[in-house]
Design a protein. Structure first.
Length: 201
């Protein structure tokens, strides 16, 4: 089995990746962030710890800027996750991955409420595995310490500049699709895919 891990420099995705590697899943990774940033360097250190050898880097900031110019700010988090899944799905198809892997843990942030997760998932057809879904933060922190990623992740605030003051926690698919119609989703995806950076670690 082969999976594409959506990885940040934070705690959750590192632990999710470790759990999948423990199940003998072949993993590659995609990081949505700025090229040559400190976040990227921390992400690479994390991937070295969990033995992931290939990393795609996609800069997502222009996508969110385009959304916020025309759409309601409160839906930014859900839109962001939907775009991540769409782009990751295309990379997964290219790499012949069977599924995506995320570090989502129910209710921790605005895009991870039960309502919003189902709206997020509808953006992609590929299977999405969430190995941390039933774990609390303490479990995740304990595992991060055990696998050696805790000290890397704690340096990272992983703070997104686009998080709205009052994010929608109970979005509906109809609401999100109405907002997405205000921008050219296909064009944005193609632009992001053309600018992808690939690193062998």
């Amino acid at each position: 089995m082969k999976g594409l891990l959506l990885v940040s420099s934070g705690f959750d995705s590192a632990v999710a990746g470790h759990l999948m590697k423990r199940q003998k899943v072949d993993l590659i990774a995609v990081h949505f962030g700025r090229e040559d940033s400190q976040q990227e360097r921390w992400t690479e250190q994390i991937l070295n710890k969990i033995d992931v050898k290939k990393l795609y880097i996609v800069e997502l900031a222009p996508t969110l800027e385009a959304f916020l110019e025309k759409a309601q700010e409160r839906f930014a988090c859900v839109f962001c996750k939907r775009m991540m899944l769409r782009i990751a799905e295309r990379i997964a198809e290219k790499e012949e991955c069977d599924f995506l892997v995320t570090g989502d843990s129910l209710g921790q942030v605005a895009s991870q409420t039960l309502h919003n997760l189902s709206v997020v998932d509808s953006a992609a057809k590929i299977k999405i595995l969430r190995p941390l879904l039933g774990r609390d933060k303490k479990d995740i922190m304990d595992l991060a310490k055990k696998i050696g990623t805790y000290d890397i992740s704690k340096q990272s605030t992983n703070c997104c500049a686009f998080v709205p003051k009052s994010p929608a926690t109970k979005s509906t698919l109809e609401q999100i699709e109405a907002e997405e119609k205000k921008i050219d989703i296909k064009e944005i995806i193609e632009k992001r895919l053309k600018s992808v950076k690939i690193k062998n670690l």
